[in-house]
Design a protein around this ligand. Structure first.
Ligand code: DC
Length: 227
């Protein structure tokens, strides 16, 4: 079955789009960013100093993470506790890059991502999204897409998502969560320029529905054996 890898910067819309495409095509869905967020939440909850790379690595290796891959209800639990809302807090959004730039943490979470992707490959297929899925997470995916959008469009989307508005103060408050975080994350993954064989979809001037249709079209043409 099909493995679809989608990468992109913050605010590119990749989570919403990946989820909708997976749902429409009856495939599983994996939000790898949520795994980094759960890892950060776990470390913060245990009072681990995020600048202590070894302590963070040890903690993440022991992370009892359960990822549910149903796109209609993608659950995320740690030790049986539903953390889907907790991991979206501003506190976690602010510190998550500190955990996601730890290379040992990346190796550990990538190993777990591959297990989930391989299990789904033999079943309904999967849409996996993040920052490094097209390049190192699943470089052999059947369809690899880089979803991009202008800085302006990404800031406005995130501001509406977090603050319910995209006026100047909402944009200013969102800047750290989008631009600073992407700059930090870009030190360990390349998600602004498509790697060889990766198709770029620019959603700056597309509606959500149009972007879903564009991505879905790429997956379906691959499934049909069209180039
Ligand atoms: O997409 P998001 O905002 O939920 O991602 C959370 C963090 O995890 C973000 O700092 C980028 C990082 N991340 C990563 O480094 N590699 C991935 N494959 C997915 C997310």
């Amino acid at each position: 079955m099909t493995v679809v890898a989608i990468d992109g910067p913050s605010g590119s819309g990749k989570s919403t789009i990946s989820r909708q495409v997976a749902q429409q095509l009856g495939m599983a869905y994996l939000d790898t960013g949520a795994m980094y967020r759960a890892a950060a939440w776990w470390c913060v909850r245990d009072g681990i100093d995020l600048s202590d790379a070894d302590a963070v690595t040890d903690a993440v290796r022991a992370l009892p993470l359960q990822m549910g891959t149903d796109p209609r209800d993608p659950s995320i639990a740690v030790g049986g506790e539903d953390v889907s809302v907790l991991i979206r807090s501003t506190e976690i959004s602010t510190v998550v890059s500190a955990v996601a730039t730890n290379l040992e943490v990346r190796a550990e979470l990538r190993r777990r991502q591959r297990e989930i992707i391989e299990a789904a490959r033999g079943e309904a297929g999967i849409v996996a999204e993040g920052r490094d899925i097209t390049t190192v997470g699943a470089p052999d995916a059947d369809v690899r897409i880089l979803l991009v959008a202008s800085e302006e469009a990404r800031l406005a989307r995130r501001a509406r998502e977090i603050h319910g508005a995209d006026d100047d103060s909402a944009l200013a408050a969102t800047r750290d969560q989008v631009l600073r975080r992407d700059a930090d994350d870009a030190t360990v993954s390349s998600f602004h320029v498509a790697a060889d064989g990766v198709v770029t979809v620019d959603s700056s001037d597309l509606t959500l529905e149009e972007t879903v249709a564009a991505v879905r079209g790429l997956v379906e043409s691959r499934q049909d054996g069209r180039p």
